[in-house]
Design a protein around this ligand. Sequence first.
Ligand code: ZN
Length: 317
Amino acid sequence: MTAHRYLGVDLGATNTKMVVLSIPAAGEPVIESVDSIPTGGAEGHEAVLARMIDVFNKRHDEEGPFTALGMGTPGLFDADGVVEIFTNLPGQWRGVPLQRILDNGLAMSATLINDARAFTLAEGRIGAGKGAGIVVCMTLGTGIGGGIMIDGELFRGATGFAGEIAHQTVLPDGPLCGCGNYGCAEGVARSDRLAAMAGTETVEEVFAGLAEGDERCADAVATAGKYLGIAIANAITFLGPDRVVIGGGIAAAGDAIFDPIRASVHEHVTLVAPELIDIRPAVLGSEAGAVGAALAAADAAGPPSDRRRPAARPGSA
Ligand SMILES: [Zn+2]
């Protein structure tokens, strides 16, 4: 039995992560390697993509062949792979026909996926959500992403935006969010807001201050935890997930952020028995997005491998 090998890419604001993921016909996917290159976003999209395509094709020649490539992107694109919004990447990405540029330049097929959905696919299928039927994921960082996984498959909804857990309104008339709404969980709790509430430059300083007993840092973390908890409580009440998985840079603070989130969730979820609320930290680390992109490429390229979807009914395609 042969394994298919995929190149998974997580296009980031500063660095672009790459993993080689091997998916055997039976058994668990294996992460063969993890690498990172500077994104160089300041050079603009044409230079960035030309350089990336060179790197990917070279790796395909030297380490491949890869069955396909998956790319996680920091934003949203339409059904044809034309960029609608890219957050945190400098330059004019809106309107860039990303799928077409990759298809024209790459020696292998390419699949695009939003980076938070890639995180969800990875954590939900082979990470902290593994084995759970309905998984809600949240990734806390510069932005706050999310996703929903049902029986091993991403749930995208009719709109394609399903899973945007942090763009629920949690504070009517709250701060303006990057999405245009006021009072989203992201607009209250993303890393720069958290730092601003605490009066620090970075979130690392917020959690260092919290550990030293700084009151303003403690208040800021409690506030962020409260509103993130409301967003998660809403998702639990509405969707009834088996498990909630939280990852991303801010989640690395551990109990310091998980404790206020859990307290807020338990305060606001009244219809679900507390013992059925299962909130866990992500386990795949910073390569989750690239791993999920590789899984998305595998899903697009061929038959289900490590997918927990029900066996096809006789006669179904
Ligand atoms: Zn928003």
